[in-house]
Ligand binder design. Structure first.
Ligand SMILES: NC(=O)c1ccc[n+]([C@@H]2O[C@H](COP(=O)([O-])OP(=O)(O)OC[C@H]3O[C@@H](n4cnc5c(N)ncnc54)[C@H](OP(=O)(O)O)[C@@H]3O)[C@@H](O)[C@H]2O)c1
Length: 234
């Protein structure tokens, strides 16, 4: 029988590439996002189930997860949805701080809480997409980095809590990847080929993690481009 995955942020960037890889690996994929208009490559696939909603509507999210997990085994949860606002911390609005904390941290915590019993039954896997920023100082991205550090800390604890039940918890820490994440920033990824990652590079990490021998588990996986460069927006 095929496996079932839940992927947040499946409508864009890294999450869309991960969904694509999982479909290639014969998973049935429930992909969460708000706007799938640029996702024909996954939405046309017979094993893709689109869940078009705002993850910050907690009641609706709980209801959707209950509906999905009622009928099927859940083998994989990928927490990938995220949002970033950058600049001097005093200039980041309360609304934007709240959106980052809720999307990048509260939602993954809640989804793990809702799905852990199902994942214990299947000896499943949780993959949390944190960031290289989780391990470093992030001037002009202090709040964003804090949410990613929070997710890494949570993942490390959950790794130890869940491993004895056969559940694997892996955190991926990507460096700058060429996606829409920097739409609110005055900088963006380098356009130099060797100085930025592509969403497919992170999806390849997911494939590697899921293909590794079941007796082992990869706790943290950092992916970086060869060169370190950032580009200022004009
Ligand atoms: N790009 C990088 O350099 C980089 C580096 C390290 C880590 N990351 C992490 O990678 C993850 C994916 O980001 P990305 O780079 O692929 O950026 P992206 O292209 O902007 O994708 C973000 C995804 O999150 C979804 N999302 C955000 N808020 C949502 C909400 N309230 N409800 C439902 N969906 C929501 C978006 O859905 P809609 O577009 O449909 O609203 C989209 O699918 C994030 O957690 C990010 O922090 C990115």
């Amino acid at each position: 029988m095929g496996k079932t995955a839940i992927v947040t942020g499946a409508s864009s960037g890294i999450g869309r590439s991960i969904a694509e890889v999982l479909l290639q690996m014969d998973y049935e994929v429930y992909g969460f996002g708000r706007d799938f208009s640029d996702c024909k490559n996954i939405t046309d696939h017979r094993s893709f189930r689109k869940v078009e909603m705002d993850l910050l509507q907690t009641g609706k999210l709980e209801e959707e997860i209950r509906k999905i997990s009622k009928g099927s085994t859940i083998d994989l949860l990928v927490n990938c949805a995220g949002v970033g606002y950058y600049g001097l911390h005093e200039e980041i609005s309360e609304k934007n701080i709240s959106e980052m904390v809720r999307t990048n941290l509260e939602v993954p915590l809640l989804l793990c809480q809702l799905l852990l019993r199902k994942l214990k039954e299947s000896h499943g896997t949780i993959i949390n997409i944190s960031s290289i920023t989780a391990n470093q100082s992030n001037p002009h991205g202090a709040a964003y980095g804090a949410t990613k550090a929070g997710l890494l800390s949570f993942s490390r604890s959950l790794f130890d809590e869940a491993r004895k039940y056969g559940v694997k918890v892996t955190t991926i820490l990507p460096d700058m990847t060429d996606t829409d994440l920097y739409r609110n920033a005055d900088f963006t990824c380098s356009s130099e080929e060797n100085a930025r990652l592509l969403p497919d590079d992170v999806a390849a990490a997911v494939r590697f993690i899921l293909s590794s021998d079941p007796h082992m588990t990869i706790q943290e996986y950092t992916v970086r481009p060869q060169l370190h460069r950032i580009e200022k927006r004009n």
